[in-house]
Write a protein that binds this ligand. Sequence first.
Ligand SMILES: Cc1cc2nc3c(=O)[nH]c(=O)nc-3n(C[C@H](O)[C@H](O)[C@H](O)COP(=O)(O)OP(=O)(O)OC[C@H]3O[C@@H](n4cnc5c(N)ncnc54)[C@H](O)[C@@H]3O)c2cc1C
Length: 580
Amino acid sequence: MLLPFRLGLSIFFVKISSRNLFQLSSCSKMVLARIARNGCQQSGGATGRYARVGSMLGEESSSVSKFHSPVSGRFTAFKQNVTPHSSNLPFFSTTGGLPALALGSRGVRTTPRYEYAHAQAAVEESDSECENLKYPTLEATKPGEKPRVVVIGSGWAACRFLKGLNTKVYEVVCISPRNHMVFTPLLASTCVGTLEFRSVAEPVNQIQTALAKEPNSHFFLASCNGLDTDKHEVLCETAADGGETHRFKVAYDKLVIASGAEPVTFGIKGVEEHAFFLREVSHAQEIRKRLLLNLMLSQYPGVSEEEKERLLHCVVIGGGPTGVEFSGELSDFIIRDVCQRYAHVKNYIQVTLIEANEILSSFDVGLRHYATKHLTKCGVRLVRGVVKEVHPNKIVLSDGSDVPYGLLVWSTGVGPSKLVKSLSLPKAPGGRIGIDDWLRVPSVEDVFAIGDCAGFVEGVGRPVLPALAQVAERQGKYLVELFNRVGKQGGGKASSGKDVPLGDPFIYKHLGSMASVGRYKALVDLRQSKDAKGLSLAGFLSWFIWRSAYLTRVISWRNRFYVAINWATTLVFGRDNSRI
Ligand SMILES: Cc1cc2nc3c(=O)[nH]c(=O)nc-3n(C[C@H](O)[C@H](O)[C@H](O)COP(=O)(O)OP(=O)(O)OC[C@H]3O[C@@H](n4cnc5c(N)ncnc54)[C@H](O)[C@@H]3O)c2cc1C
């Protein structure tokens, strides 16, 4: 939907990294073996040699910490103007009470040591002598070894970063609860079978092959739930699909946080329990299953007219690009496929899009009118309203009216995730992780943040950028170029690189927005901002531009091929409606 990223293919570097040892105590090895059995995935072996790249500076042990000065754009020594916390810092939970700003370096204990998701457990285990025995650790790199970059997340920002990373200079560890990147602009199309799920998922270890091949580069299927900026360590929990989970730690020289955002529900009762979100492939799978199930349930003998209408009422909350694209896909599915394949119930199915304000508010006014007319013509009911509560079979609007539904999709934007809220790092307005012009997190060493989880701190004097793939991708590209440059000049190790110039700051230029509205129509808005002048188009040509732009942006040739074949198959044979 939104945006034409820069057309044409990005060139990414895939380099071979040298090796490092997974340095573990024997106890840690046993625990790690357990993790491996329980699903923590890593690539590569455990032995090897290193090429010495760059210089390693000793750790700071005074109250002077190194940080990347926003003023000079260099890594500089900086005297922290803070009162050090006591060494017995409490462990922080994910729920509030956190200081807005944590200052620290490897030498000064000024940051809380961990911010755990499971605060109570953390308190019990905190500061214990045998902490290192309890959590297997991928230890810090030694002098002479390649610096290690740890990347949290496997979305747009992380994957663009990973793809460009020079693995001759760095070893890389990626930590994410999913082992693939989701090509989100085409996700809505998978919900109704225009595209297959496989076509929008890119395995991370094919984006950065060092993760699969290099003994000292790893992908860990896990969530990060704590950060110790003093020790340069992240705390992780294995992603075990409901099974037993384990914790482990990974030491970093440089950390890139790209953990994205989470859907906002405004605390409305029942949303989490009853609505579907649309952010992951698994969400699209659930939506497709529910839609097809409801089509079949509504055909049983004895189902009342009222119940048929409810089951086949698809309600979308939120008239942003995602909500509109999903509604457009649904209406297309109904007109083209439901009418033929579910003829008994074709007159009962209905799509309602509920929005508190205007739909597509960031688009040009002419495009908004076009979208409104087009959606209405395709049978989408547009309703102005505010949701008050969500029940299993109906939603209640603030004017007191009830809206029964069989499928409810929630798409009202995103906000900071639990992880981001819990980290006591500087924050941007709105609660994202605060960053400066070079995408560094100010006042902590060697920590960077990109994508939906990051926003400029107030001091930078620039607005927080929109939560868009084009922002995330551009930040990933900018940061990896910076890393490769700094790494080649010997600044890749923890606390090193103070004299390496960082180059130009990150500047974002919006390239425009796109959204498909179904039935071979789309909107293309090439204005750089809401109030700027510029080209805007709507109709079939825009739809063609939309499809071509996204086809070129699909990351791998394999998926580009899948997408093209899926589109052609759907055009000729209609959508697949098997409920698998
Ligand atoms: C349906 C849909 C359509 C969209 N269409 C467009 C579009 O057309 N154009 C556009 O510009 N933008 C679009 N967007 C927005 C775009 O997808 C996001 O802005 C973009 O994905 C942000 O990239 P990111 O890397 O910051 O986060 P994400 O891509 O969300 O990735 C976050 C990653 O972090 C991981 N993660 C989360 N928590 C943790 C943790 N605790 N530890 C470790 N890893 C973690 C996640 O598993 C994920 O891999 C769309 C979004 C959606 C949902």
